[in-house]
Each structure stands twice: as structure tokens, then as C-alpha cells.
Design a binder for this molecule. Structure first.
Ligand code: NDP
Length: 296
């Protein structure tokens, strides 16, 4: 059902991928090769398998080359690091993504740090994180960058707006704070120790929820007219007679949409943006790595 308050991330992501396909073709014509994205999956986590399959599919659909590396769950740290070294050295590979979480016996920090910053399409290496903090060009984590794209598309200039980010993870919350600061928002970061969260949320023109708690943020916490970006992906316990529970966000959508000026649904909001931005990051990396200019 159409409601102008709904921010349609699925439609936006489709448009983004269409633009990427055009740019990927232009890259191939100039560079004499396709842009390439390598995805590394260790083990058999079902959700990770689904993500990796859809990343690979969309990479190919956008006219880029996909390199999939599936390693058994008992892969050693040395074997994984050696693979990353090979991918770092491979000129056909512009971006390297290691699907997280890794099996417990592997050290995620060490593995991520091994990825060349030039190929760090997830934006999680210390160099990429540092560049973002310094306001230097670099690769930015996909989910927060996708969230920012949706915000700018809906609101235009964000300068001077009061933004609250709920969550401070390396993957979402912290880079989101940096991006909003970069747009000259006044940014508040809330987390599990924040007191009076409802009051903190209530003053925000922009609310970004990245908590991982189903429907925690209520409509009555939202300032009337505020823009709400719900990053959360939570599966509820199954209802009677159903195998799987519903997927919901961190925001109580039904109450929030009554008050908010605009809101992303779950699913169909931020979720579909993540892979689109990943492909965008891979293409940006390809242009830099090949010394070809990216025409926007
Ligand atoms: P993390 O678990 O790493 O971080 C959660 C953050 O929420 C922490 O900073 C934590 O605070 C904070 N928090 C926890 N409980 C509360 C509370 N009661 N009140 C206020 N803050 C709280 O999660 P991620 O950042 O990785 O992911 C957040 C959500 O986004 C998840 O639902 C995840 O599934 C989803 N997600 C979606 C993606 C997509 O759309 N493609 C991609 C990545 C994530 P503290 O630091 O104090 O512990």
C-alpha cells in the first residue's frame, strides 16, 4: 500500500544498481577488464550463505566479475590469511569482502586488518576507519553509507539537523556518526548505557536505529515529522503453526509511522541498500586501482 512516508530502499537500491551497471560497462571499456569483487565465506552459516549467494549474483548482474571462495569451517587462520594475501596481490580483484561472523577459532580483527585498504569494500580496516574519521576519501561501511544515501534522497541538505544514532558498533553505529558529522548534523550517540533514551530520541530530526532489539523504539519517542532510519533486522519467534517468525526492525513501525515524517520499512528499507553500496564500493575501488576516472 502506497504511503508517502515510506522510504522505499528496495526501489532506491534498484536504481543504484542500474547506475552501477552503466558505470561498470564504462569501466570495462576503459580498463580492458571487468571490475572484480572477491567474497570469502568460511563455514556453513545459513544466513551467511544466503548473503554471499546474493552478493555474487548481483555482482554479475551489474557486469562485474565475482570471485567466490568458500572454505570449510575448520580452515586455519594461516590458510585464510594466505588467501587474503593472494587476493591482495591479484590485479583482477578490486574488492575483498570476508563474510562475518567468522567461526570462533579465527581472529576477525587480524583477518580484516590483512585486507589491503585499497580493496577494503566493507570499510572495516583501521585505515578505512581512520580515513572516515579524518574526512579523507576512502571506502565506507556499506550499511551506514546506504542509510545516508536514503536520508539525503529524502531530506536533501542535512546541515544543522539534530541526529540521534542508537548503537555504536564498528559496523554500523560509529561510521554512521562520522557520516552524519560529515554532513554537519548535530549528532548524539546512544547505546546500552544511555539514560532516558526516550528523551534523547525525542529531540532528534533524524533517528538512526542500529540496536538489534525487535521493535524497541516506540512511536511516542519520535518527534513529530522526524525521519526514521531503521537498520535493525530481527527475527521474532514463530507464531502458532508457523515455521519461521516475522522479520522486524528495531523500531515499532506501526506506532512510529503515525508520528514520523518518513520511515524505512523492515524488510525493504536499509536492507536492500547494503549490497548496492557494496557494489558501488567495489566499482570505486576498481577505478582507483586501475587509475581510471569515475564519471558520476
Ligand atoms: P551490535 O550488536 O554490534 O551493536 C548494537 C548496539 O546497540 C551496541 O552499540 C549496543 O550498545 C546498543 N544497544 C544494545 N541494547 C541497547 C539498548 N537497550 N538501548 C540502547 N542501545 C542498545 O549490532 P550491529 O550494529 O551490528 O547491528 C544492529 C542491527 O542492525 C542488528 O539488528 C543487525 O541485524 C542490523 N544490521 C543490518 C544490516 C543491514 O541492513 N544490511 C547490516 C548490519 C546490521 P553497547 O555498545 O553499549 O553494547
Amino acid at each position: 500500500e502506497f504511503n508517502e512516508k515510506i522510504i522505499d530502499g528496495k526501489a532506491f537500491a534498484e536504481g543504484l544498481r542500474a547506475r552501477i551497471a552503466v558505470q561498470a560497462a564504462a569501466f570495462e571499456a576503459k580498463a580492458g577488464r571487468k571490475a572484480g569483487l572477491a567474497v570469502v565465506l568460511v563455514g556453513e552459516d545459513p544466513a551467511s550463505q544466503v548473503y554471499v549467494a546474493s552478493k555474487a549474483k548481483q555482482t554479475v548482474e551489474c557486469g562485474m566479475e565475482s570471485f567466490e571462495h568458500k572454505l570449510p569451517a575448520d580452515t586455519t587462520q594461516e590458510t585464510l590469511l594466505a588467501l587474503i594475501d593472494r587476493l591482495n596481490a591479484d590485479d583482477a580483484v578490486d574488492g575483498i569482502l570476508v563474510q562475518l561472523p567468522l567461526p570462533k577459532h579465527l581472529d576477525e580483527q587480524t583477518v580484516v586488518e590483512r585486507i589491503s585498504p585499497d580493496k577494503d569494500v566493507d570499510g572495516l580496516t583501521p585505515i578505512s576507519t581512520g580515513r572516515l574519521a579524518l574526512g579523507l576519501p576512502g571506502l565506507v561501511p556499506c550499511t551506514p553509507l546506504g542509510s545516508l544515501m536514503l536520508l539525503k534522497d529524502r531530506l536533501g541538505n542535512l546541515s544543522g539537523k539534530d541526529a540521534v544514532v542508537i548503537g555504536r558498533s564498528i559496523l554500523v553505529g560509529k561510521p554512521m556518526v562520522q557520516l552524519l558529522l560529515g554532513e554537519n548534523c548535530t549528532v548524539t550517540v546512544a547505546h546500552s548505557r544511555t539514560q532516558n533514551l526516550a528523551d534523547v530520541v525525542r529531540r532528534a530530526d533524524i533517528v538512526v536505529a542500529a540496536v538489534g532489539r525487535p521493535e524497541m523504539i516506540k512511536g511516542e519517542w519520535i518527534k513529530p515529522g522526524a525521519t526514521v532510519i531503521d537498520v535493525g533486522i530481527n527475527r521474532l519467534p514463530p507464531e502458532e503453526g508457523k515455521k519461521k517468525g516475522r522479520i522486524v526492525g528495531d523500531v515499532d513501525y506501526q506506532s512510529a509511522i503515525q508520528v514520523a515524517g518518513a520511515i524505512t520499512p523492515v524488510p525493504g528499507g536499509v536492507g536492500p541498500m547494503t549490497i548496492g553500496v557494496l557494489l558501488r564500493n567495489a566499482l570505486v575501488a576498481a577505478h582507483r586501482n586501475a587509475g581510471v576516472e569515475l564519471a558520476d
